[in-house]
Ligand binder design. Structure first.
Ligand code: UD1
Length: 421
């Protein structure tokens, strides 16, 4: 039976929220287990639908996964298949991350081509170009990418045409056990890339330069197991910081750090946010109204595209106006019609949205069209007058652990209900 979230808005969020481990880091770290026949132990893994999906993908390949709270012990000593099936890959594009490690370790891999998604075409061509540069053949066969490198991969000097988080991760994973040196140029610089480099290095790899646009990997013949803690989720952090601001609340976020959100912090400060750093997190609140700020999404360290929807919700009630330009995904304004249903004044012109701040939003039935559009709806609903119901919660459950409990602990009136269709 489908579930909806029912939010009675208008209550300032007050209290403490503990931030979970980063989904976008846990996914590639879990995939790293494929590079070794020794167990990889990961802690601070969030309990999310996407983590279950990657676990299923790994299980299909023959990986055993033990779960104990937020710890996962992954053992890829007995790989029985190198095929990641369509049924799983279609539910989560990040499944394509298994391609590089499988072809690097076993010389072959067959992974369903992810296909379209709600955010647009989202190609994987750069992943394949990089693997080809390392000596693999990559063909398309009945909807599957078939990659082969019978004699193993060899290091390469590869410059990415577009800055891609997933391609950078796929190629780092593959290069760590390729023969010789790989240099990745125009690499993504996201903190999750640094987390992956640290994990690979803990496993015995030699990865340098993660966090800059040039990553150098000296391939080694075998990797070991390791014990690694997943970094905090900076996107969950930013989402709850925005929720605190839009409701005029006062929230302390723990197990996280502002250092992962440089441009988001700067932008929110311009909009009136006050941040107080603490040992294990920070406090976020405001003393005045929310000001309108223009924003352009960009690869890290720029403003994260994944926080564009909740930021737009915030700008919907700013004093003045804001222009938000989306440069990463071509179809990432699906939340606009939903925000308009709640009384927001937003006009889209190509890749830019013009938002004129409204006095307030009003509750309405809306839907989550993807993970981040979904949190945009939650943020808007927390500040809106009246009741908002949000459907298609499976999107939110992909990326936000214990969403209602975390918000309820700060006084929000949020409930999950089963509904008949
Ligand atoms: C990751 C994040 C996602 C975030 C995105 C951008 C994970 C699991 N997901 O997704 O939350 O929104 O980064 O910060 O970490 N592109 C190509 N060819 C390719 C690969 C990408 O053209 O081979 C394009 C994409 O269509 C997109 C842009 O590059 O326009 C960035 O995509 P990418 O960084 O690869 O995003 P993901 O890794 O899929």
């Amino acid at each position: 039976m489908p579930t909806i979230l029912k939010i009675q808005g208008g209550k300032p969020l007050k209290g403490t929220i503990e931030i979970s481990g980063a989904k976008n880091s846990a996914l590639p770290l879990m995939v790293a287990c494929l590079l070794t026949d020794k167990p990889l132990t990961l802690s601070n893994v969030p309990n999310l639908a996407d983590i279950q999906t990657i676990t299923q993908v790994l299980n299909v390949l023959g990986v055993t996964a033990q779960e104990n709270g937020s710890t996962r012990i992954l053992d890829a000593s007995n790989i029985t298949s190198t095929t990641a099936p369509y049924e799983l890959v279609k539910t989560m594009r990040a499944s394509v991350l298994v391609l590089g490690p499988l072809v690097a370790r076993f010389g072959h891999a067959k992974v369903s081509l992810p296909g379209g998604c709600a955010l647009g075409a989202r190609a994987v061509d750069v992943h394949l170009e990089g693997l080809r540069a390392m000596g693999a053949t990559c063909d398309l066969d009945e909807g599957y990418i078939v990659a082969r490198a019978p004699n193993g991969l060899r290091g390469a000097h590869f410059t990415m045409r577009v800055v891609s988080v997933g391609a950078t991760e796929n190629l780092m994973l593959a290069a760590s056990i390729a023969k010789g040196q790989t240099i990745l140029q125009n690499a993504a610089r996201e903190p999750e890339i640094i987390d992956l480099a640290n994990c690979l290095n803990a496993m015995g790899a030699t990865v340098q330069g993660a966090g800059t646009d040039t990553i150098t990997i000296e391939g080694v013949s075998t990797l070991n197991g390791a014990n690694v803690k997943v970094m905090p989720d900076r996107l969950e952090t930013g989402s709850y910081a925005i929720a605190s601001l839009i409701t005029g609340g006062d929230v302390t976020l723990t197990n996280t750090s502002l250092k992962y959100l440089p441009m988001v912090r700067e932008t929110l400060e311009k909009a009136g946010a006050i941040f107080e750093e603490k040992d294990n997190g920070f406090r976020v609140y405001r003393n005045g109204p929310i000001g309108g700020v223009d924003v352009m999404t960009e690869p890290y360290p720029g403003f994260a595209t994944d926080l564009q929807a909740p930021f737009m919700a915030l700008m919907s009630v700013c004093e003045g106006a804001s222009m938000i330009t989306e440069t990463i995904f071509e179809n990432r304004f699906m939340h606009v019609p939903e925000l308009v249903r709640m009384g927001a004044s937003i006009q889209v012109h190509g890749a830019s949205a013009m938002i004129r701040g409204a006095k307030s939003l009003s509750g309405a039935p809306v839907m989550a069209t993807d993970i981040r559009a979904g949190i945009g709806m939650v943020v808007a609903a927390l500040a809106a007058k009246g009741t908002t119901t949000i459907s298609r919660l499976y999107h939110l459950d992909r990326g936000y652990e214990n969403l209602e409990a975390k918000l309820q602990a700060c006084g929000a009136d949020v409930e999950r209900h089963k509904v008949d269709v």
